[in-house]
Design a binder for this molecule. Structure first.
Ligand SMILES: [Zn+2]
Length: 274
């Protein structure tokens, strides 16, 4: 059975690598997402589910509009099983048996089933062994994504039968020079004042420049959402609003990467969200 560890830079990079991996058509039944940031791992896992089930899937992107994508977003797709509850100290063997049993039942809609388990390192020895049986003799098109903040707590045998993707906190990856920060801040402040997106769009003519600007917004929104660093750009918004807009702009980045009309998309996003 395939096994390996991929260490990569940044979560968008993880997502792209995963999409390429999924596009190759040889999908391993056990993926582990490891890293301190619960939300970005969850988002990427949901992105994988959308990518697998999307009715209008592109080469490296899901549409986020079709009924499958929408139901996955609302967490009501029958073939996407989500186990978010991480309040219990352990994932008991009964719970794991129930999960693997549900995964054995034939898919209701598509040809696949996907299961996402948060904080999956909570499996004890018996649970992990029960889970291993599923990975050793997987039914076709059944995929498990295990999310964890404690990779070291997994049984080595479980790790060796999975592919591990390492997620890093975004702020470790995205850094901006003082010149960039000042330029982007002026652009955002000017837009907030005038509602005229043209100076921003002119600065984002190249796709790379556009993505860079988007990443700057992500970094600032993230800071505002977590209160990590004092900043003023979005201080009039609540941290909830900043977190919500951060999520939206992460999605926007994904869409921009696979769309030629990135200038138009950015403009419409600015008008709607900012
Ligand atoms: Zn879709």
């Amino acid at each position: 059975m395939n096994a390996g560890v991929l260490g990569v830079q940044g979560n968008i990079a993880v997502q792209e690598r995963l999409f390429r991996y999924l596009s190759s058509g040889r999908v391993h039944p056990g993926l582990i997402f490891s890293g301190p940031d619960k939300r970005s791992k969850w988002q990427v896992a949901i992105g994988i589910a959308k990518f697998l089930f999307c009715n209008h899937r592109g080469k490296d992107a899901f549409c986020n509009q079709c009924s499958s994508c929408k139901r996955i977003e609302k967490e009501i797709h029958p073939d996407v099983l989500l186990f978010k509850n991480d309040e219990d100290d352990s994932l008991k063997v009964e719970t794991i048996r129930e999960i693997t049993h549900q995964m054995e039942v034939a898919p209701l809609e598509g040809g696949a089933k996907i299961c996402v388990i948060e904080e999956a390192h909570r499996m004890n020895h018996a649970s992990a062994n029960a889970f291993l049986k599923t990975l050793e003799e997987p039914k076709p098109h059944r995929y498990f994504i295990l999310l964890t903040t404690q990779l070291g707590s997994f049984l080595p045998t479980l790790l060796s039968r999975s592919i591990v993707f390492h997620f890093r906190p975004e702020q470790e990856v995205l850094t901006f020079t003082a010149e960039e920060t000042e330029r982007y801040q002026k652009l955002v402040e000017s837009f907030q004042r005038t509602r005229d997106p043209r100076p921003i769009i002119e600065n984002c003519e190249e796709k790379e420049a556009c993505l860079r600007f988007i990443q700057f917004l992500q970094t600032e929104l993230r800071k505002a959402a977590t209160g990590d660093e004092p900043q003023t750009l979005f201080s009039s918004w609540s941290s909830y609003d900043c977190a919500k807009k951060f999520d939206e702009i992460v999605q926007l980045e994904g869409r921009l990467r696979s769309n030629a009309n990135y200038g138009l998309m950015l403009e419409s996003f600015l008008r709607q969200e900012f």
